[in-house]
Design a protein around this ligand. Structure first.
Ligand code: G3P
Length: 220
């Protein structure tokens, strides 16, 4: 499972990429708004220049023609750009058209297997089931991820599943078990993934034991 960062924050993206484990980024209008009143195009282009893989950014239009026009424009911004299109009827139509034009679509705000079936049929490169938001309303978000992965695998479709709306580290483990191709996670969750108190205690103890006998000497 590949890891993407779900943020528009440049410092957080740089840090994730420097760690060598972040291979893509997903944004949405809410995440971009968190960065203040920015120049949207400039921000997205900068993210695309930092990240070695796909960068998803979302259209604001709610009608098909508007989505298509926005997507065509956004697609010119960088080679690694992916356009997020919502899982509505208008979005399915737009995805079909954009697919024929070889513009990569991330079919977003996906909350059901049926929505994913239509997104994949329309040729979306990625489908983003929102796990946390389904959990919020008492449904099993990860079951939807699992079921989408199953049908894509069964029919050998090239669409990849991005487990999104990931709220905590357990979601990461569950997404990996469900077979998600990608998990897009908040920066805070990325940092939490590496944390374990026994690792911290172990690092300290190894240093102390070495120091007591060997002093400051190093292996080399
Ligand atoms: O990737 C989708 C994500 O940004 C939504 O997350 O926490 O707002 O449901 P959340």
């Amino acid at each position: 499972m590949r890891l993407f960062l779900d943020t528009a924050n440049i410092d957080h993206i740089r840090h994730g990429v420097e760690m060598g484990i972040v291979s893509g980024v997903t944004t949405n209008p809410s995440l971009v708004s968190k960065e203040g009143k920015v120049n949207y195009q400039k921000l997205v282009k900068e993210i695309c220049s930092i990240v070695p893989g796909p960068v998803s950014t979302e259209v604001l239009s709610q009608n098909t023609q508007g989505m298509i026009s926005e997507a065509r424009e956004i697609a010119k911004w960088a080679d690694n750009i992916v356009v997020k299109i919502p899982a509505s009827i208008e979005g399915v139509k737009a995805t079909s058209v954009l697919n024929r034009e070889n513009i990569k679509v991330n079919f977003t705000l996906c909350f059901s297997v049926n929505q994913a079936l239509l997104g994949a049929a329309a040729g979306a490169a990625f489908i983003s089931p929102f796990v946390g938001r389904l959990d919020d309303i008492g449904e099993d978000g990860m079951k939807v991820v699992f079921d989408i992965v199953q049908f894509l695998r069964y029919y050998q479709l090239p669409t990849q599943v991005i487990a999104a709306s990931m709220r905590h580290t357990q979601h990461c483990i569950m997404a990996a078990k469900a077979g998600a191709h990608i998990a897009t996670i908040p920066y805070k969750v990325l940092l939490q993934m590496i944390q374990h108190p026994l690792t911290d205690i172990g690092i300290k103890r190894f240093a102390q034991d070495w120091q007591e006998v060997m002093g400051d000497g190093r292996v080399a």
